[in-house]
Design a protein around this ligand. Sequence first.
Ligand SMILES: [Zn+2]
Length: 90
Amino acid sequence: MEDREVELRTAFYWRCEDCGFDNFDLPHKLDLDEGQLEDAYRDMNDIEDFQELPADWRNFEVCQIPAKVTCEQCGSTFLAVDDTNEIDDL
Ligand SMILES: [Zn+2]
């Protein structure tokens, strides 16, 4: 049987406090114009304004955690808390 491929994507993992179910939520891609995207890329990669960007920088995406998450098993809803601050200063 031939090996098939699947693309792995980043997801947020959280455990429901009500029922203990392990949930996975996909990040929300931010809709930024090119200037904002470039600023974010430079910021995250420590590239100064006068330095050239790599050819493939436009493949870069800025993602955001969902504001609220709902447990797939019991339906409880929680506010999502982010413990990173990578995108706070956009
Ligand atoms: Zn639950």
